[in-house]
Design a protein around this ligand. Structure first.
Ligand code: PLP
Length: 435
């Protein structure tokens, strides 16, 4: 595969954009190469600027669950764009979106649209603090909730990828109120809440973490979070920016039957446009300005383009059998890849739920951030590059998820498994050489 033009574009990008990318995880640094540059995408296929084609398992990091440039989404966008892209004045589409979200997500009665997942979690935290009159937030190591100051503590995603514990530019005084805890360790959380529970405004959690790679909650763990919050009068915030509309129409909360107080959404709800949302019980949401005093605002929030792409995507996800199809395809892929790894004699810990999952290059089970970090990232880097060379695009980091979408066909999954059979052998050889 030839990447001449992509490499030139990267050199040029690095002159004008820090690190050549507008979000760190896109950089190929963790897998020892420069990023590809995309020219176009359709269905599950992306085409780079050298004309190379790849089966895509990143899907813009989650949003493209119905596939790239889905005709219904493109048509909705074209239609909306022709009528103006933003007014800063209310539109009916915003009501349609809010009603749809309240209909689909069990715990949401009212919702506010924002422009990214980061904004959603930042605003939900402010609301939780304003509502409870408390300062402290409990978050879990390896969970990522966007890049707002107070949440950049022991975070997953790019910080895990590049081994950054926190970030310069975030004053200690600001994260003083953020208390990190290990995921899946109920005893430790009980200790923390025993000490400071009365000061905690909210526990924020990815109900199924996907930003340290995919990690599954232990049986009963989410339920225990709910009871701990009730016991200490803290709010439970589910960050469903990834899991919302992915694990089921109503997200992880529907799948596990746990009702959080607040939910943050993003990614799929924007259908590929920059969107986020947060919602919850009416009684809490009514504290938001202008109904209440907790301030939150956005010039482009609820703009017609984002609403139309999001509504079109949610409309497709409401069709019958969609989640069964996603489950079947992802299970087929994960089994094929696991068999290929086993044949190659590579130890891989597989975590999958519905249409998302991760294969950690580790001989031990992965159930929290510490166990995820034991993975052989060097072997993953070889795997990534060998898959790329065979026309398959996985995330350029061990600590991210793969996403299967409706556009993946059986032949795409089979081609992926064939490629993986070769890539696992090469990853094994290189890690044996200590490369
Ligand atoms: C992606 C993500 C965010 C941040 O969303 P952005 O749109 O990138 O700001 C927050 N929480 C979770 C769980 C995410 O996966």
């Amino acid at each position: 595969m030839n990447w001449d033009r992509c490499k030139n574009l990267y050199d040029e990008a690095c002159r004008w954009i820090p690190g050549g990318v507008n979000s760190p995880v896109r950089s190929g640094r963790a897998v020892g190469m420069s990023p590809i540059f995309v020219r176009e995408a359709s269905g599950c296929t992306i085409v780079d600027e050298d004309g190379n084609r790849y089966i895509d398992y990143v899907g813009s990091w989650g949003p493209m669950i119905v596939g790239h440039s889905h005709p219904k989404v493109v048509e909705a966008l074209r239609d909306a764009a022709a009528r103006g892209t933003s007014y800063g004045i209310p539109t009916e589409a915003e009501i349609r979106m809010a009603r749809k979200v309240a209909e689909l997500v069990p715990s949401i009665e009212m919702v506010r649209m924002v422009n990214s997942g980061t904004e959603a979690t930042m605003s939900a935290i402010r609301l939780a603090r304003g509502y409870t009159g408390r300062k402290k937030i409990v978050k879990f190591n390896g969970c990522y909730h966007g890049h707002a100051d107070s949440l950049l503590v022991q975070s997953g995603s790019g910080l895990a990828t590049f081994g950054i514990p926190g970030s310069p530019g975030v004053p200690d005084e600001i994260v003083l109120h953020t208390v990190p805890a290990p995921f899946n360790d109920l005893g430790e959380l009980q200790n923390i809440m025993g000490r400071i529970g009365e000061e905690v405004a909210a526990i924020i959690v990815e109900p199924v973490p996907a930003n340290m790679g995919v990690v599954l909650p232990k049986l009963g763990y989410l339920k225990s979070l709910r009871s701990l919050c009730d016991r200490y009068g803290a709010l439970l915030i589910f960050d469903e920016v990834i899991t919302g509309f992915r694990l089921s129409r109503g997200g992880a909360q529907e799948l596990f039957g746990i009702m959080p107080d607040l939910t943050t959404l993003g990614k799929i709800i924007g259908g590929g446009l920059p969107v986020g949302a947060f919602g919850g019980k009416r009684e809490i949401m009514m504290h938001l300005s202008p109904a209440g005093n907790v301030y939150q605002a956005g010039t482009l929030s609820g703009n017609p383009l984002a609403m139309s792409a999001g509504l079109a995507t949610l409309g497709i996800l409401e069709e019958r059998g969609v989640y069964e199809e996603l489950e079947e395809k992802a299970a087929y892929l994960a089994k094929g890849m696991a068999d290929a790894a086993a044949r190659a004699g590579v130890a891989v810990a597989w975590n999958r739920i519905g249409s998302m999952g991760s294969g950690f290059f580790s001989a031990e089970p992965v159930f929290d951030f510490a166990s995820a970090l034991k993975s052989d990232t060097g072997a993953y880097a070889v795997f990534f590059r060998e898959m790329l060379a065979r026309g398959v695009y996985f995330a350029p980091s061990q600590f991210e998820a793969f996403f299967v979408g409706l556009a993946h066909r059986k032949e795409d999954l089979d081609r992926t498994i064939d490629a993986a059979s070769e890539a696992f052998v090469l990853a094994k050889e290189s890690s044996a050489r200590g490369a």
